[in-house]
Design a protein around this ligand. Structure first.
Ligand code: ATP
Length: 334
């Protein structure tokens, strides 16, 4: 197993046109939830992924499990429950395709994931464990998320944390930042957007912000910059990898697609080598990020989150058709 991803899975209602929610007339049901998107991103790209999370035992929940299974994601760690319904999120798209959300979670099943419901057998099978911050909002699922991250570390897994901050879901900004800062020491790879970095590190300077975040413990900080690509920093390396030129129609899932692409490439390269060895070669690290950028850029050219995720063949074609600067001798380990 390459990646075991833990967190929320819910239904995104994607609007038929841009504009605020009061103007939109119809929505299309689409599977969503960042950690679930990451798991599907990995399997679309030819990797093996499992999803750990709690979903309502209702028609929407059954649909989500079906989606995971159809996409080849391992669902042994999915808990179906009658305690609460599957969460819903209505998406609004602005003129540049950027989104905002209106969530219906009062509470939703994902918030009620318990420590004892984490499938340790699955957790042990992955090379990488990935989690986010939405399941850290509610105390019940927070305990489960943090316990799983700690266990993953004990089992020697590489731990990846995509902050994916949804500030309006937290009781307050201070609590959100405090809680997220507290979970930073649990990860090896930290992925944040520029806004998240500014909030967490208190600076808009990428280098200083990444340094401040690395001080909590992560060995690699990735700051996603949308069309400008991705900034990276390790103890020894720092720089930016530009992204590909595309016409964005919907940015939903770009960050998750990026994360899936990045983690799968890391898994491929870590077989027989350590994490530090892989991130220690700047050329290689930049190649991994370039691939992940391509996966992210491709995703913004299609609607929805999961439906927009590219296959391995699509990324390959996109990278060659786009710029063709890839090393032809060893473009992909897979
Ligand atoms: P999300 O908003 O989904 O949580 P995020 O803020 O983490 O995502 P983005 O920066 O929007 O992530 O996108 C992730 C990556 O995808 C970027 O680092 C970039 O490589 C690529 N990407 C996103 N949007 C574009 C774009 N408009 N043009 C080219 N590449 C893009």
């Amino acid at each position: 197993m390459d990646v075991v991803s833990l967190g929320e899975m819910l239904i995104d209602f994607v609007p038929d046109r841009r504009g605020s929610l009061d103007e939109v007339e119809s929505f299309r049901k689409s599977p969503g939830g960042a950690p679930a998107n990451v798991a599907v991103a990995v399997t679309r790209l030819g990797g093996k992924a499992a999803f750990l999370g709690k979903i309502g035992l209702d028609p929407f929940g059954r649909y989500l499990v079906e989606v995971l299974e159809r996409e080849g994601v391992d669902t042994r760690g999915v808990v179906l429950t009658e305690e609460a319904k599957t969460g819903l999120a209505f998406v609004a798209l602005d003129e540049s395709g950027d989104r905002s959300f209106l969530f219906y979670r009062d509470p939703s099943a994902d918030m009620l994931l318990r420590e004892c419901e984490i499938n340790e057998e699955v957790l042990r099978e992955g090379l990488v464990f990935h989690f986010g911050s939405v399941t850290q909002i509610h105390p019940e699922s927070r305990l489960a998320t943090l316990m799983a991250a700690k266990r993953a570390r004990e089992f020697g897994k590489i731990v990846s944390f995509d902050v994916n901050l949804r500030l309006h879901l937290w009781p307050g900004k201070e609590e959100a930042l405090e809680q997220i800062q507290r979970s930073l020491p649990l990860c090896d790879i930290l992925k944040v957007s520029e806004e998240e970095m500014e909030l967490l590190a208190g600076t808009d300077d990428l280098m200083k912000g990444a340094e401040a975040l690395r001080a909590y413990g992560p060995r690699l900080v990735l700051i996603t910059l949308g069309e400008r690509g991705t900034y990276y920093q390790t103890a020894d390396l720092t720089g930016r990898v530009p992204s590909f030129r595309v016409k964005p129609v919907d940015t939903t899932g770009a960050g998750d697609a990026f994360a899936g692409g990045f983690l799968l490439q890391m898994c491929d390269r870590m077989r027989g080598r350590s994490f530090d060895q892989v991130i220690g070669f700047e050329e290689e690290l930049r190649e991994v990020i370039r691939y992940a950028n391509a996966v992210g850029a491709f995703t913004v050219t299609r609607h929805g989150a999961i439906p927009a995720l590219p296959t391995k063949a699509e990324v390959f074609e996109f990278m060659y058709a786009g710029r063709g600067k890839i090393n032809k001798n060893n473009p992909f380990p897979r």
